[in-house]
Design a protein around this ligand. Sequence first.
Ligand code: C5P
Length: 242
Amino acid sequence: MSGASSRLIVALDLPDRGAALGMLDRLAGRAGCFKVGLELFVREGPSLVEEMRARGATVFLDLKLHDIPNTVAGAVRSAAALGVEMLTVHASGGKRMLEAARRAAESTGRPPLILGVTALTSLDDDDAERLGIAGGIERWVERLAGLADEAGLGGVVSSAGEVPRLRARFPRMRLVVPGIRPAGAAATDQARTARPAQAIRSGADFLVVGRPILEASDPAAAAERIVAEIDSALRPGEPEKA
Ligand code: C5P
């Protein structure tokens, strides 16, 4: 797998096991990691993750846990036992919850990378204001990332727009960016979107892409185009092939 394809995480937001495993097989070798989110996990459960692992996939379990510290710690241990590589918790769960998540992961034989979700990429400043968040999304994301950093988490999820400031302030953190839209793709329900090259140049470590690949007439070709764009963004000075 190339350096560029290892930066691509495909969100398998699909209705069932057959669709997910079919897509996994079509995209094998074209992405570093496959994300199982709520739709799929609620329907198919841990056995799907085990089947994906048996097929050699690296799995990101995106459950966006948000509960009291003890409950989150238990869920983290259960997820770690499935051998997932990455797992999300909401950073807004607070520092004690984030620390409990980190400690629970560390207590396992194969700790997943715990990522703190900052502000969902579907939210804009107006939503934030209605949620009672003062000062706008960017400052909120930075505060949440700061909390995740203090709690010792390995990374955060944010939109590409916040990445330059997060990269400068938290150099050791893995920055995972959804809301990726290649040229010509519809924004759909995402509010804070970026092109793949733009996100990588801003300092993102991993890009999460769902519908622009899943809904393409040829998903493998769509993934390859995104990887090519990531690759050119990783080579400073070379013009982007998009
Ligand atoms: O289809 P699309 O490319 O918009 O998918 C983005 C994926 O990233 C979805 O699975 C969504 O749950 C996830 N995600 C997000 N915003 C976050 C965290 C995760 O869009 N802040």
